[in-house]
Design a binder for this molecule. Structure first.
Ligand SMILES: NC(=O)c1ccc[n+]([C@@H]2O[C@H](COP(=O)([O-])OP(=O)(O)OC[C@H]3O[C@@H](n4cnc5c(N)ncnc54)[C@H](OP(=O)(O)O)[C@@H]3O)[C@@H](O)[C@H]2O)c1
Length: 222
């Protein structure tokens, strides 16, 4: 039996995890809007976000997966301007999207943000991702209180084979995936479609809000 048709907005839905989420909801007469820089929306541009949601109008479910890059390195080495730019994109971008989307999301709708396992896993040379994702997880819970009855959750992926790593040297990337396969309890790196299943849970479960859903192959167990 098909479900009632819904309208979804996937910010970051043109590639990787967001694209997998968009294709999973592209059925049953649903409407799926995807946006990213390649469709003309940069989440670090507040005015553009406000105008985007004005143009969409009322809708049911918002997903944000935009902004995957952040500088790696020790706190003493990373260029602060680069670190701030990554924060502006993923942290402040996600907050801006939630802020301007909220007035258009229907009362039984939801927001699902994206964090990442480094929010709670202590790994040297990754503090920018740790800080962005930990900050987003904290605000996810605040938003779940402030925006109720709209439900607000976050999905926290572990290593997932997406376009986020397309600029890496091929052998370094293969080594990273192989390392995950050798060390993670599940014996593999993640697929975008596997992470997408967690967004469906957050969106469809009317009893879930303020949750951070870990889909990381067991990385946080180590
Ligand atoms: N892949 C992993 O291993 C992993 C692990 C932990 C957490 N995550 C998180 O999961 C989320 C999705 O990652 P992914 O692997 O799917 O990355 P991805 O394949 O690089 O996709 C990122 C998406 O965000 C869009 N985007 C980037 N910057 C943007 C901006 N300023 N404004 C609007 N859209 C922007 C990109 O499109 P445009 O280039 O067209 O803008 C693209 O659609 C990110 O938040 C990432 O931090 C990923």
């Amino acid at each position: 039996m098909s479900q009632e048709a819904k309208t979804y907005v996937i910010i970051g839905g043109t590639s990787g995890i967001g694209k997998a989420i968009a294709s999973s909801f592209d059925k049953d007469n649903n409407t799926v809007h995807v946006a990213s820089r390649q469709t003309g929306l940069d989440i670090s541009n507040e005015q553009a976000i406000r105008e985007y949601f004005e143009s969409i109008g009322p809708f049911d479910h918002l997903v944000v997966t935009a902004g995957s890059s952040a500088p790696a390195g020790k706190v003493v080495d990373v260029n602060i301007t680069d670190a701030k730019q990554a924060f502006d994109t993923k942290f402040w971008g996600s907050i801006q999207v939630a802020k301007y989307a909220a007035e258009y999301i229907k009362a039984n709708g939801s927001i699902t943000l994206t964090t990442g396992m480094l929010s709670r896993k202590v790994v040297a040379n990754t503090y920018v991702k740790t800080a962005i994702n930990a900050a987003l997880e904290a605000v996810t819970k605040v938003l779940a209180k402030e925006l109720a009855p709209i439900r607000v959750n976050a999905v926290s992926p572990g290593l997932t084979m997406t376009t986020a790593y397309q600029k890496m040297d091929l052998s370094a990337r293969d080594a990273m995936y192989q390392n995950a396969a050798s060390n993670l309890p599940v014996g593999k790196a993640g697929e975008a479609s596997e992470i997408a299943m967690a967004y469906a849970l957050a969106i469809n479960n009317p009893y879930m809000t303020g949750a951070i859903i870990d889909v990381d192959g067991g990385a946080l167990l180590q």
